[in-house]
Design a protein around this ligand. Structure first.
Ligand SMILES: *Cc1c(COP(=O)(O)O)cnc(C)c1O
Length: 341
């Protein structure tokens, strides 16, 4: 029994999800004739209180499409220094949209309205790039699953409004934030111009992300998705998994959060741990005391079939998910409790 805590993307479809996929009615989505994709897009748009939505093969493509749609070459995007769009999308902001990132030194991946205000370039000062977009991440990936308070997001919205900036949410793990903070999708739909959400992380679908926004923006997004090569034909089989995921697998995220908290608590009780970052959702980030060799530690866990990842600079990460079941959790807790150095 392998226990994979490397990411919540490692889940495989359950029997129920596979059955929903088998039964999907499909058509050619490039002609918008796939009823299941159309239903997924209608469902997601409605969930967030937005006019329209578009299905994507990946979260990266959904974000890159949003950036392209909101900017013109030479513009600037404001985002946190740990943003997925900056660190983990292959430099796509530059390659796909010809824009640069103005990085903000946030707290665990979260930025504030004051920080945003401070870095907006004066549009009259033609030496500087034109600030065009603010991109937020919730929950934060590298920030360890930290969640925003709605009032800070509202304040940032206000700054965007005052300066005519677009406002995008990279909500790959927004589902986790909704559950952890007891927030509603429409709370976010009201604030942002566009939101991307992943179906293939905590929700357990095999593939897929959705971008929601106004009809006008999504119309532009279809053209950009085409340009990026993201059109799919009988994608209804995948959309069926996504619909099943949204209908069945959101509230159960609370269990992933509970298990992550318990992992964090056990780690915090060990003398060989230096620090455990606050556990807000399903991600546990921690560092070892200098006397413990990271490679040895990872190897010891691997011997017990427990896989976790290193984020560099001494940071280690565990991510809980649907396929990390109760028996596995009990075993991991036991192994960690007994470990001594
Ligand atoms: C996973 C993730 C994405 C998208 O990833 P894909 O692997 O392209 O689906 C985007 N943003 C954040 C914050 C993520 O964690």
């Amino acid at each position: 029994m392998e226990i994979n805590l490397i990411s919540d993307t490692v889940t495989k479809p359950t029997q129920g999800m596979l059955e929903a996929m088998f039964q999907a009615e499909v058509g050619d989505d490039v002609f918008k004739q796939d009823p299941t994709v159309n239903e997924l897009e209608r469902y997601t748009a409605q969930l967030f209180g937005k006019e329209a939505a578009l299905f994507f093969p990946s979260g990266t493509m959904a974000n890159q499409t949003a950036i392209r749609l909101h900017t013109r070459p030479a513009d600037e995007v404001i985002c946190d220094k740990w943003s997925h769009i900056f660190l983990y999308e292959g430099g796509g902001v530059a390659a796909n949209s010809g824009v640069s990132c103005h990085l903000v030194d946030g707290n665990r991946g979260k930025i504030t309205a004051d920080q945003v205000r401070q870095v907006i370039n004066d549009p009259e000062f033609y030496h500087a790039p034109t600030t065009q977009l603010v991109s937020i991440e919730n929950t934060t990936n590298k920030g360890g699953g930290a969640c925003y308070e709605l009032d800070e997001l509202q304040k940032i919205r206000q700054v965007c409004k005052e300066h005519g900036l677009k406002y995008h949410l990279d909500g790959a793990r927004l589902w986790n934030a909704l559950v952890a903070k007891n927030q509603k999708p429409t709370d976010f739909g009201q604030l942002f111009d566009t939101i991307s959400v992943c179906l293939s992380k905590g929700l357990g679908a095999p593939v897929g992300s959705v971008l929601v926004g106004s009809s006008e923006d999504i119309k532009k997004a279809i053209r950009i998705r085409k340009l990026f090569g993201g059109n799919m034909r009988q994608a209804g089989y995948l959309a069926a998994a996504g619909l099943y995921a949204m209908e069945n697998n959101i509230s159960r995220l609370a269990q992933d959060h509970q298990r992550a908290r318990e992992l964090g608590q056990v780690l915090a009780s060990k003398s060989w741990i230096k620090e455990v970052a606050p556990v807000e959702t399903n991600i546990v980030i921690f560092t070892l005391q200098s006397k413990v060799d990271e490679k040895v530690f990872l190897e010891m866990l691997k011997q017990k079939s427990i896989l976790i990842s290193s984020m560099g600079q001494g940071k280690l990460r565990m991510v809980t998910h649907m396929d990390y079941r109760g028996v596995m959790h009990d075993f991991v807790i036991d192994v960690l409790s007994r470990m001594e150095f």
